[in-house]
Design a protein around this ligand. Sequence first.
Ligand code: SF4
Length: 415
Amino acid sequence: MHRLDLQAKLAILADAAKYDASCASSGSVRRDSRGGQGVGSTDQGMGICHAYAPDGRCISLLKILLTNSCIFDCAYCINRKSSNVRRARFTAEEVVRLTLAFYKRNYIEGLFLSSGIIRSSNYTMEQIVEVARSLREDHDFRGYLHLKTIPDADPELVRLAGVHADRVSINVELPTVGGLTRLAPEKDARQIEGAMADMGASIADAGEAARKFKSAPKFAPAGQSTQMIVGADAATDRDIVGKASSLYDRFGLRRVYYSAFSPIPDASAVLPLKRPPLMREHRIYQADWLMRFYGFAAAEVQDAADDQGMLPLDLDPKLACALKFRDSFPVDVNRAPKEMLLRVPGLGTKAVDHILSSRRHRRLRLDDVARLTLSVAKVRPFITTIDWRPTLLTDRADLRALVAPKQQQLELFAA
Ligand code: SF4
């Protein structure tokens, strides 16, 4: 095989890593000043992506695969065995060298490393662990490390990943066992969850030890995360929300990332031809947010789905829940408990905290609430204040149309 230089490998293996959403930043059209025109760039260059550290800081990571060769044939994956893509492979030493070089030039604050499976799961995991070990032990690297682990690798190797990494992740890939069996027949849902359970237990033990002993060794202090693909199989939003909630509850995951399936070149015939609307991914992220920060039970969010199990695309899931459970509204902002205020569409967690602290000193008016929200029109039907009471607004048949965001005409010739 033609030998590739480091630059060529980086181009292939950074591009191959972009399908992993675990540290995604997306949305805007990128601008850059390559070619000597203009000043500044929002595109960080080959393999560098933004991610959020546990303390909320946005950090730049070198995001690459060790190799895009793989002995597995997961239908949704561009790197699968039967895919006709250009292959490349870094040695562990090359990844260490690249990471240190980028780090010293201040391009990155850490490394996100994943890999296709070469030879065997254990061999691949050994290579990933070797990169992390060498960075930490040989070079005293103090930057951020996020390692993908391979669920059927030897548990001791997976544990070693946690010893060196800040965050580890094991991809659950698809929300249902049926979907996984159909699209990734070499993967085993029980094995994936078993590895997550072991990792969750080790992280919890280390956390417990750290609370008792200052000198306790760190173990994946930024926790574990996973990724689920949306729209590659027949799983509904209801399935996805239920699966995510169960993963959070059972394994103490820090994050579940959702990635809208995007059709790949030479796609397998079992895959859909079209990608799902990006808005679907967005609504699922909002539903996830409701469960993690607003105290919603999975069943509550699932009840906002339609008969086909899908969340509405034109409404955020919190508004959809409120419309579904109108009987619980309006809530009195001067008396309602925190959990009810958190269910009012248009009131975020900061607004609710503000209401709770303000109402200790005085009774709130509609204007006070209006100052805490982007759209008082969205909030008004669902609350009462000392000077506002909606007149049977929640009974109106057209309430949905009244509070739903207005559709915007897209610009035909927008860049
Ligand atoms: S094991 Fe990972 S890299 Fe290999 S085909 Fe499956 S998803 Fe792709």
